[in-house]
Design a protein around this ligand. Structure first.
Ligand SMILES: [Zn+2]
Length: 155
């Protein structure tokens, strides 16, 4: 296990602005593979909406232990389904980035702040399951944070 030291991280917000935090990124996972080839859209440069192609669209997940939040934070007022606490409060920040290289598609961002490790794990459940990159980021965070480790045993 490598020793993680707190540093400044620049967090992308939903409105495209950025927020600097001081803290430790205890887990990261991506649903994109290295040099993933385009799939499911032969002859087309990009997959149409609904086409599963991990080179066109993927998610990046990070879990931070937050020591401090810098700068002015102005959460936007739009709240999509399943989006929860926006205000920067809590030791943990779960940052979900839905990436797309398809022209015209927006990068989706979700921030979830909490003090409770169990809520970190619950925020990663999808239809009651912990799968894929969600499972991976939780497992990596558990290696660096004993409370998330415990939470992973009981969720
Ligand atoms: Zn593609």
């Amino acid at each position: 296990m490598t020793t993680l030291t707190p540093e400044t991280h620049t967090i992308r917000l939903r409105d495209g602005n950025e927020l600097d935090i001081q803290g430790t990124r205890i887990g990261h996972a991506s649903s994109a593979g290295d040099d993933e080839p385009h799939t499911n859209h032969p002859g087309e440069p990009f997959g149409m909406p609904g086409t599963r192609c991990r080179a066109c669209r993927w998610i990046e997940l990070s879990i931070y232990l937050v020591d401090a939040v810098y700068g002015v934070y102005t959460p936007d007022t739009e709240t999509a389904e399943n989006e929860t606490a926006e205000a920067p409060q809590g030791r943990y920040l779960v940052h979900k980035l839905g990436q797309s290289i398809v022209p015209g598609e927006i990068i989706k961002v979700n921030l979830y702040w909490t003090d409770k490790a169990i809520d970190v794990v619950k925020s990663l459940l999808y239809q009651g399951r912990l799968d894929g990159a969600n499972r991976l980021v939780a497992a990596r965070a558990a290696q660096n944070d004993p409370e998330i480790y415990k939470a992973l045993q009981v969720w």
